[in-house]
Design a protein around this ligand. Structure first.
Ligand code: AMP
Length: 210
């Protein structure tokens, strides 16, 4: 098992890239910290109850809470698998916790998209609450409007995808997560792709870079 970290702002397309690649490559496993947390919130676990308020405000949940979830997934992942880690680490403290687990990080790929494009992307984002598939009303529409291609559930707008919360999430990204670029650059692990080439080409560029 080894790990490839996807680094990028909310709405940069990390999740779309990782889920596309995991669908077509049996040895790639997509692990999204946001999906793990939303799952915990939906189930009403103790971690979910604690995380909910932070998530609705676009703030980061406490490091120990999300780190434990990621450690559990790492512990249960064996064999010839590359984990595409999407949304974790989100700050330097989390990167240090990940390093302490000893799990080998193969590379860190920055999905680069300017903030102006991000706002528009998130405004059009639709998500399947059941199977977690992601869509965009223009760039990646489902075959039938408002319905998930994969499982037929009704698509929703994520609560934290409203313009106000998106602004807060971008502030948090620049303040907390962007320092990871220098952190991983110093370790010689950082690669960068242009995340504005459309879903298929973004995924191709990512696969070549990782
Ligand atoms: P995402 O789906 O990656 O945009 O994450 C949605 C929300 O979950 C974020 O705005 C945070 O509130 C929380 N979250 C996800 N990953 C992390 C993390 N690594 N550390 C702290 N909070 C996180």
């Amino acid at each position: 098992m080894d790990i490839v970290i996807l680094l990028g702002a909310p709405g940069s397309g990390k999740g779309t890239i990782a889920s596309r690649l995991a669908e077509t490559n049996a040895n790639l496993k997509h692990v999204s910290s946001g999906d793990l947390l939303r799952g915990a919130v939906a189930k009403g676990t103790a971690a979910g109850v604690e995380a909910k308020g932070y998530m609705e405000k676009g703030q980061l949940v406490p490091d120990a809470l999300i780190a434990q979830m990621i450690k559990d997934v790492i512990a249960e992942t064996e064999g010839d698998v590359t984990m595409l880690l999407d949304g974790f680490p989100r700050n330097v403290a989390q990167a240090e916790i990940l390093a302490e687990t000893g799990a080998p990080v193969r590379s860190v790929v920055l999905v680069d998209v300017p903030d102006e494009i991000i706002q528009d992307r998130i405004a059009g984002r639709r998500t399947c609450p059941k199977c977690k598939a992601g869509y965009h009303v223009r760039a990646l529409p489902p075959k039938v409007e408002g319905i998930c291609d994969k499982c037929g559930a009704e698509l929703v707008v994520r609560k934290d995808d409203n313009p106000e919360t998106v602004k807060d999430r971008l502030v948090v990204y620049h303040r907390e997560t962007e320092p990871l670029i220098a952190f991983y650059e110093a370790k010689g692990l950082l690669r960068k792709i242009d995340g504005d080439q459309g879903p298929a080409k973004n995924a191709e560029a990512f696969l070549a870079a990782m």
